[in-house]
Design a protein around this ligand. Sequence first.
Ligand SMILES: Nc1ncnc2c1ncn2[C@@H]1O[C@H](COP(=O)(O)OP(=O)(O)OP(=O)(O)O)[C@@H](O)[C@H]1O
Ligand SMILES: [Mg+2]
Length: 442
Amino acid sequence: MKGKRSLQRTLSLGLTAGVTVLWLLGVLASGMVAQHEMEEVFDSALQETAQRILPLAVTDILSRESDRVQKTAPAMADHDEYLTYLIRDASGTVLLQSHDVDLSVFNERPGNGFYNTATHRLYGTSAVSQTIFIDIAEPLMHRQEAALEAGIALLLPLLLLIPVSLLGVWWTVRFSLRRVVDFSESLEVRGAADLSPVPVDQLPQELEPMAVSINRLLERLRRVLDAERSFTANSAHELRTPLATALAKVQRLKADLSETPSLRKVAEIEASLQGLSRLSQKLLELAKAEGGGVLSETPYNLVPVLETVVSDCEREEPGRLILQRSDAPVNSLLNPDAFAILVRNLIDNALKHGEQGSPVKVALSADGKLAVTNRGTALGPDELAGLRKRFVRSHTQAPGSGIGLAIVDAIVEGAGLHLVLRSPAPEQQDGFQAELNVVVSR
Ligand SMILES: Nc1ncnc2c1ncn2[C@@H]1O[C@H](COP(=O)(O)OP(=O)(O)OP(=O)(O)O)[C@@H](O)[C@H]1O
Ligand SMILES: [Mg+2]
């Protein structure tokens, strides 16, 4: 799968890389302009110097009394020369030269105007009707050094500016995305049952429509779910009284009847009515569990609740239940009524769907782990996966409607707990186990 890219990382790196490239291009352009201007200044200085020296040299040469006069201009003090010059006549004979001159730098014949050799930039001009010529040379190295230093001076601030801009961009992006990150975190931590509106006002303008759409969707979902729940609850409630009345009448009729075939038929009607009555009771429980409110304000000790439910069930099937409970209290914010409904359904299932007459183990450990284990044919993983859905039943002879585990699941979801169904049960070859930790804390 392709890795998810962080928006913050992409923006920070992209913006910094872009700014850096633009900066480098800017430095390159200003470096080129600066070099061009420097060339002009250096050339002008070279020309100016040649034109200044030449008249002085001409005066000096013309006022010489003999040809044996020293041809090298004396140095005022010992120093390195950047500019060296050579004064020659038209045939190339040296008339005067600067004291540090290297003759190999100059062409054999005097030049005119600016020209370059491999190592030097030269300027040549003449005086006295083109009889005395001056060539002045400046090492190219000198100019390159100057260009290099100017380039470094332009680049150096970048070394500091790039990390600073990276930091600036990163901080700005992080600051701008902070509300988006808060928003996505708040969505992440809310449970699946939480259908309250998401906060809109703190989001950046661009993302506001998204949150508004989410809220519209949540509102619609809430209304649909509420309607469904209230319909289930109301129908179940309304059915209770007529069902109870019908059952009572059938039971009275059964007491009055003496013929066996009629008695059997009435008994069948009684069983169906009892089944309907159980179904309406379960539907009511499901509607309540799905309506939320499975958590209390203060923690309750759930051990006595478990004992009561177990002793209730024990009366129905004496001797089958084995209770292992912690001596210490197990305090939880899980509503005791919701816990009782949950345990009741799990034990009911174990007694009903487990092997006839086999023991059912109900264990609640001190840390809140509740496990209900029974024997019986093991279920396949595919069957196990669908059992929590409403009206889904596996192959079983026992009466029922397939709502028990849906009620348990709704309570577990509402409390933010985690129910695990296993078949075969751990440490057994067969059977079924439902396990969850019932401790809910603040
Ligand atoms: N302890 C168990 N052992 C074996 N199978 C189980 C056990 N608990 C549940 N099942 C399987 O899961 C199915 C769904 O259980 P659920 O409690 O939802 O419905 P039900 O018990 O059949 O009916 P209802 O609970 O509405 O009376 C059951 O029909 C049964 O096949
Ligand atoms: Mg059940």
